[in-house]
Ligand binder design. Sequence first.
Ligand code: PLP
Length: 730
Amino acid sequence: MNKKKEDPVKDRAALVTSAKKEYGGLDRFRMAAAILVVAIHTAPLVSYSETGDMILTGILARVAVPFFFMVTGFFLLSKERLTDFSYRNFFLKNAKLYALAVLLYLPLNFYAGHFSEGDSFTGFLQDLVFDGTFYHLWYFPGVLLGTGLLILLIRRLSGKGVLTVVLTLYLIGVLGDSYYGIASQWAPIASFYEFLFHFFDYTRNGLFFAPVFLFLGARLADKKESPVVNVSLRNLWISLSLMVLEGFLLHTFSHPRHDSMYMMLLPSMYFLFQTLIALRGKGHPEMRSIAAAVYVIHPWCIVLIRGIVKFTGTQSLLVNNSLIHFLLTALLSLLLSCFFRKLWISARAIEKGALAEEDPTGRAWSEIHLPSLQHNVKELQSLLPEECKIMAVVKANAYGHGDCRIAAELQRIGITSFAVASLKEGIRLRQYGIKGSILILGYTIPEDAEQLNKYGLTQTVVDYAYAEALDRMGQKINVHLKVDTGMHRLGEDWGHLERFSQILKFNNLTIHGIYTHLCSADSLSADDIFYTTKQIRNFYQVVRYLLSKGCSLPEVHIQSSYGVLNYPQLECTHARLGIALYGCLSEEKAGTRLDASLKPLLSVRSRVSIVKELSPKESLGYGRTFIAETPMKIAGISVGYADGVPRDLTGGYVLINGKRAPIIGRICMDQLTVDVSEIPEVRQGDIATIIGRDGEEVITAEQVAGWSGTIANEILSRLGNRLERIYKEK
Ligand SMILES: *Cc1c(COP(=O)(O)O)cnc(C)c1O
């Protein structure tokens, strides 16, 4: 079934629309932070300068892991988010990842001789809960323990109270980390830490390190006013410089136990994060998973590279230079991470595909008969002069028929011009692989000019002012001029010839065509024919004027469906056909000069959900608007106004087993009820036809439109998303 093909495009469109609050700065820094962690573990500068490397990996790069903690705090633990934060789910998700990572590094643990007789089970537990089972894996227990602890604190203490506790914990951590050389000179402190270090090797863990950064992240999310980039940046430089000084002094004049925690790391992280929030920009969700993967797999990459180098004897060339070693490790980690991400995505797609195997005809669906599309194209083309081609109007999801699939089918049978209403519709078609020209009939904000250019879409110039604004965006764009000849919707007034000739001077706009729209081409009353003739005359006056000014106007078009049926012989290069392509007209009894034998493509069907008896005087449905007069049999049908059946449809019926079943009572969102007293053999699960043929009986979209006082165009274009579309090739 080809509807599957459409889904990724749909998802992409949904992604674009939901991208309101994006933090591109944070996403990009995730990558940077992951690479900094790689640097910490490969010491890139050590071949050149020990001090330089100490400043990079022992001080500056220490922003990386706190950043990841802050991201968690920022997105999950703000006041707003905390109400629906489930620690249980958070724990399960991260514990699962941790378990995978632990397994991934087991071979290296064995290789390195962990788990030999000397190592106790408690040692393993201690690693699992605090230090991580491999040197970088402490992050997982860190975030789990830190988050759990912070949540407990937040639930019990005021904001100030929480801050005091997390700062105190951090202070204890710092004294056991980079200040340990100084602090341990005092005996009571030394024995305090000696006690602590029974439980873990470092104070850089979920207890002393993680909570403060999780908390800072959450606090930044709570702040309502957006930070100013310049101010945050200045503060960031000041605190980073002080941190370098602090770290440098500690490394030079004392013996730090470790170098993960500094006093100045707190303000540095705060201002770094603030700067990244202020940078906003487009989000890069892909970087989130790639950065996480780089973090997890890079120690494996270090081992792999060392192995390869040993095996090939390229030691001196590749790993003896610390910078090359770092770059190789970073590159391999990145490549593998991208590869794993791809694998993961396709695995997910397969999983989703499997879920989509349920029967599409289970509830309510539409069937689209593609051969009828080809028939209609042929039929309509035969009415037009030979040099006039069809421009297929596939706006509004091809009038509910599914734009990608319909356009692809039209492309297959030789159509090369398409029209849509909006930029997004145009982009969707391009992403689906539709070639040829795509004209956007509606207004596109000039700021989106780059997209028009990027996707090679043709834009309608809706008036002179718009042409000026679009030109100013500095993007080369193909346009069609729209002339308002009397409909008074879009278009520059036909009388403003001067303005049309001024549009020719805009260098960024290439005028590919000109068109107008008729407002009563569907009517054969003398009055309307007179008005339409005048519109056509006005249009050609503009065309002749522009040609005389040396403009080339390769495409000229006027008619839509009714235009072709009532005024087929106009001198045009294209006819913009919508409703007729789909085998319908707007109304049932609209007389037209030419009678095309069109075949509707679309049927809407649904299932009988239940069959019931109703006794006299019993009422039915919302508002009890229907009261049975005689004993009757009724059937529920699983389709409603959310699927596009108009709620005010009166006097209508559906077809079941080739017979008419009148609709009774109010139409609900997902269901409607019909009278099946005359169709005794109806059973649960039977198919009901809302639009289309069943046996000898047919219900057309025009009929349904008539029952609810509208036109078929509206009925079709408002068919609900929930209808599964089934394309029939035969
Ligand atoms: C929608 C539209 C069409 C197609 O009209 P139909 O009556 O469905 O053929 C043609 N031109 C313009 C400008 C439109 O907006």
